[in-house]
Design a protein around this ligand. Structure first.
Ligand code: AMP
Length: 143
């Protein structure tokens, strides 16, 4: 299945944060929306960075509570791996596994156009496995 098909189902809205916001503000966004990462957009809605809960945990572990006053720009990952609507979920799963991260922003013509999280990938795999086992059961009972 393609990323585009998953987005058609779940929607394309992505929570973003400004590079100038503090980690405290970013953690409010994550908690309020029950998500694990925010995308930081640059000119023309390009993906300029990603800040996940892990970046906040790392910052606090290193600098204590004072780190929460530091900016998103100071702690975000700037080299973001993205995908496109035509990417397959298996490809996204591979980049998540290779890069050890759980979020992959979707871009179209250089603009942020959605987000695939590990939760979406797992949901898709479970549906696929259920479909496969139902097909096998049907095959066995029909023969
Ligand atoms: P996550 O597993 O998504 O919470 O992220 C773990 C680490 O990888 C954090 O440092 C994130 O900033 C970084 N990260 C998350 N998603 C991506 C991505 N698509 N490309 C590059 N780095 C990422």
């Amino acid at each position: 299945m393609s990323v585009g098909k998953i987005l058609a189902h779940k929607g394309k809205s992505v929570m973003t944060a400004a590079a100038t916001q503090t980690l405290q503000e970013a953690s409010h966004i994550l908690a309020e929306h029950r998500i694990g990462a925010v995308v930081v957009t640059g000119a023309g809605e390009s993906v300029a960075g990603i800040l996940s809960e892990r970046d906040i945990v790392k910052a606090v572990a290193r600098g204590g509570a004072a780190a929460l006053n530091e900016t998103v720009a100071d702690h975000m990952t700037k080299r973001v791996v993205t995908c496109v609507a035509a990417s397959s979920i298996n490809q996204v799963m591979e980049v998540m596994t290779a890069g050890k991260f759980r979020h992959v922003p979707v871009v179209q013509d250089g603009r942020l156009d959605g987000m695939i999280s590990i939760g979406d990938v797992v949901k898709h795999r479970l549906a696929e496995l259920e479909h496969e086992s139902a097909s096998l059961r049907e095959y066995i009972t029909a023969s």
